[in-house]
Write a protein that binds this ligand. Structure first.
Ligand SMILES: Cc1ncc(COP(=O)(O)O)c(C=O)c1O
Length: 364
């Protein structure tokens, strides 16, 4: 991946902006990555995948591009700020927002989401898996019910894209957002928004697309409708390579590996005195993020000890999702979060467990 990024920096061709070889080469990198996204997510038409700088941009585009004054939106109490903040902003513009509470395990009931839908509801925005508890939400069921009610569904797949098999052919989701740098294993500064054909979305920004340059008006065809300005072709060249790896390996295989590691991790953590683990105990109900607390120790202090004494990098605090922590009862301190990935080994899980045992026993 790093080679692809370095190569793209060296070439510096602006995709779609000229007919010369470097521009064409860069446009090809974008096309290849887009095709791979479509393949990975079981979609027919790759042009419906719009590249963004991250998941936040994709979520803002979806929320602000769909909702209008007088509309109603339904979301959940375990959303990331990149969903909650744009929704709160839309409230100022006359959009009503209902937040459906999740249980203490972070799970949201599909029926509770359906029950919150009214005649004015235009959008249901739900995270596929919480970035705090890892809990997987019943997004297919939520999307099916929303479709029946004539409501669009936006899924924040930031914690599931590349970690959990997702088929857009089987799930009637209208909009799906994800970053390139998490489970898709690509560089930071990349992300995408999938917009299903026929979904009426207004661009967040307008400008140069390299297409229909004779017109003052933004093109209405995809991906150009939502992709203005020079792309991060360098990052996307790298994303294309990580997507190729995922397609070869199979997201199912990544998921199986992460579930094995999770089983070992959850089992081990459950046996350490003074450690509280949040989220479902069953690895099949969650993705690979595990929040925990060490009794009597601030999460920032526990995270600091993990790094300084054991060289293990974890994230402490509210994880940009204060509502999730209110749901868990861990607000305002938050938790420590450990996240094994596809390249984590069983030996590393054992090292983590041993470090956690030492940190926890040092407190009591
Ligand atoms: C569930 C969820 N949504 C959205 C985001 C925002 O992603 P990005 O930083 O790519 O904008 C994150 C990042 O942590 C996340 O975990």
């Amino acid at each position: 991946m790093a080679e692809a990024v370095a190569g793209a920096i060296g070439r510096a061709g602006n995709p779609g902006r000229a007919g010369h070889a470097l521009s064409v080469r860069s446009a090809r990198d974008l096309f290849v990555a887009r095709e791979r996204l479509a393949k990975l997510f079981g979609a027919r038409d790759s042009s419906r995948f719009v590249f963004t700088a991250n998941a936040t941009e994709a979520l803002n585009q979806a929320i602000k591009g769909i909702l209008r004054p007088g509309d109603h939106a339904v979301t959940t109490s375990v959303e990331h700020n990149s969903v909650m903040r744009p929704l709160r902003r839309m409230e100022e513009a006359g959009v009503a927002v209902t937040v459906v509470p999740a249980g203490r395990d972070g799970a949201v009931a599909a029926k509770a989401v359906s029950a919150a839908v009214t005649k004015r509801t235009r959008l249901v925005a739900v995270v596929h898996a919480s970035n705090v508890t890892g809990t997987i939400q019943p997004v297919a069921e939520i999307a099916r019910a929303a479709r029946k009610a004539g409501v669009f569904t936006l899924v924040d797949a930031s914690q599931t894209a590349g970690s959990l098999p997702i088929s857009l052919s089987d799930m009637p989701v209208d909009l799906l957002a994800a970053p390139g740098h998490k489970g898709l294993l690509g560089p930071q500064g990349t992300g995408f928004l999938f917009v299903r054909e026929g979904v009426p979305i207004v661009p967040l920004i307008e400008g140069g697309t390299g297409s229909r340059s004779e017109s003052d008006l933004q093109p209405d065809f995809f991906p150009d409708a939502l992709e203005s300005g020079t792309s991060n072709s360098v990052g996307i060249a790298g994303l294309g390579v990580s997507l190729a790896w995922l397609l070869r390996k199979g997201v199912g295989a990544v998921r199986r590996k992460e579930m094995e590691l999770l089983e070992e991790l959850l089992e081990g953590m459950g046996r350490i005195a003074g450690v509280t683990v949040f989220g479902p105990r069953d690895p099949s109900l969650r993705v690979s993020v595990v929040p925990f607390l060490v009794e009597g120790m601030d999460p920032v202090e526990a995270g600091h000890r993990m790094e300084k004494r054991f060289g293990i990098l974890v994230r402490s605090g509210l994880h940009c999702s204060p509502n999730s922590h209110r749901t868990l009862g861990t607000f305002p301190e938050g938790t420590v979060r450990v996240s094994p990935g596809p390249f984590t080994t069983r030996k590393e899980i054992a090292l983590f467990l041993s470090a956690l045992r030492k940190i926890s026993s040092s407190r009591r």
